[in-house]
Design a protein around this ligand. Sequence first.
Ligand code: GRF
Length: 184
Amino acid sequence: MSQNNIRIAVMVSGGGTNLQALIDAQKTGTLHSGTIALVLSDKKDAYALTRAKDAGIPAAVVAKADYGSQARICALLEEYRIGLIVLAGFLRILSADFTSRFDHRIINIHPSLIPAFCGAGFYGLHVHEAALRRGVRITGATVHYVNEITDGGEIILQKAVRVAPNDTPQTLQKRVMRLAEWKI
Ligand code: GRF
């Protein structure tokens, strides 16, 4: 299979606005690198699943608590002949076994400029709370490869976003999503 035809699985846990950005990019022809072939969620009520359904993309739920869930994920990835895994708000740490099996074939989007505000505990609004607490004037988002270290894999792309003087974690989160995450 050519690089341009790679089958992509997007793994999600929540609202799925980043998934939506990828679906929209696919619709408008700006996603040149492959095709979204599967959406995988670890939460059965994730709104991202509705987005997948509306876009006609096959979706599956593999709950975190299920025994052998990682083996089930691997089986699905094989069944759908997935070549690239995109973590888009997937709130679960993958085992070192899993990340080494898919070496340089898993990418993640993180809502800060790594190495700032990343690693264990830095997810969702916590990232933006920490950025505001530290008083940074510039934050942003990072796309990186996923290895066994949380948010520690090689950086692929970053985009900076200005912090406004009156920002709350919520307003900052929205701006980082709109100006950086959904673009990169
Ligand atoms: C985003 O902020 C992303 O950077 C992080 O999790 C959040 C997911 O949001 N990894 P959504 O589900 O894509 O709306």
